[in-house]
Design a protein around this ligand. Structure first.
Ligand SMILES: O=C(O)CCC(=O)C(=O)O
Length: 259
């Protein structure tokens, strides 16, 4: 099983703002998690614990999300706590501890239409508790061809200082959003890299990297899980005391790597 950062598909996390790591997770673990995901979407939780929220689940014109999905199903938890994820995150960031803060399923129904789009956004605009020491992982549960809307990164956008008013996850006209963002980000070149990945691959991105995904134009469902990970290098926003306290609960927020 390849698990070294130098196996990354010619991508460089520091330089590009993301990196891709093929063939990192045992296919059987991913297959079990896919079955678990389908159960969760049907409201069946084998752990007996419901996920925190399930925006648009059941609405086949929209991207459907399940937040804190690792709480709801044992096979999904096994996938998301696979040691290789924490090891890679630690190699990339130089961390000695890696912890899950948030897991989120992104399910795009077959032929989702524009409602299946995820607008280009930066994750750090949504998780304000932390000011540094965060890395995000993305795990496809099925093989992703271009038509299945793989997560698409904007190269080097983690280095762009300006926060664009056009970025945002809820934008459901990617074509228009892209045009506005391209102009707004000048003089930086707009270069997109779709993470054409397979089940078992892992992708990481910086919390400031712009990323989004198109609609699913295939006849099969598109399943992927994203995770916000913090390391021992995490710094908290001023006056942030609630998050510090909550993160002591390692059942809800599992530690997936410790040196
Ligand atoms: O799977 C997707 O298309 C969206 C995922 C995402 O926004 C993320 O991983 O932060």
């Amino acid at each position: 099983m390849k698990s070294k950062i130098d196996n990354a598909h010619n991508t460089n996390y520091e330089l590009d703002g993301f990196s891709l790591h093929p063939h990192s997770i045992n296919p059987a673990v991913v297959a079990d998690a896919l079955t678990g995901t389908q159960q969760v979407l049907e409201g069946r939780y084998d752990t007996g614990i419901a996920p925190w929220s399930t925006p648009d689940v059941g609405n086949d014109d929209q991207v459907q999300r399940v937040q804190q999905i690792h709480l709801a199903n044992y096979a999904i938890k096994a996938l998301l706590t696979s040691p290789v994820i924490g090891q890679l995150a630690a190699q990339i960031t130089g961390a000695s501890c890696v912890q899950i803060v948030l897991s989120q399923l992104y399910y795009k129904p077959p032929n989702s239409g524009q409602g299946g789009e995820v607008g280009f956004h930066r994750d750090n605009d949504y998780i304000s508790a932390f000011t540094s020491g965060v890395i995000n992982a993305w795990l496809p549960l099925v093989d992703m061809c271009a038509a299945m809307a793989p997560l698409t990164y904007v190269n080097q956008s983690h280095c762009w200082p300006k926060k664009s008013r056009y970025s945002g996850i809820a934008q459901h006209n990617l074509h228009q959003q892209r045009q506005l963002l391209k102009i707004d980000s000048l003089p930086h070149p707009w270069i997109e890299t779709p993470s054409i990945t397979n089940a078992g691959d892992i992708a990481f991105h910086h919390p400031k990297t712009l990323h989004g995904s198109a609609e699913n134009t295939t006849d099969t469902g598109r399943y992927a899980v994203s995770m916000c990970l913090i390391t021992d290098k995490v710094t908290f926003s001023t006056n942030e005391t609630r998050a510090r306290e909550m993160l002591k609960d390692n059942t809800t927020y599992p530690i997936i790597y410790e040196k």
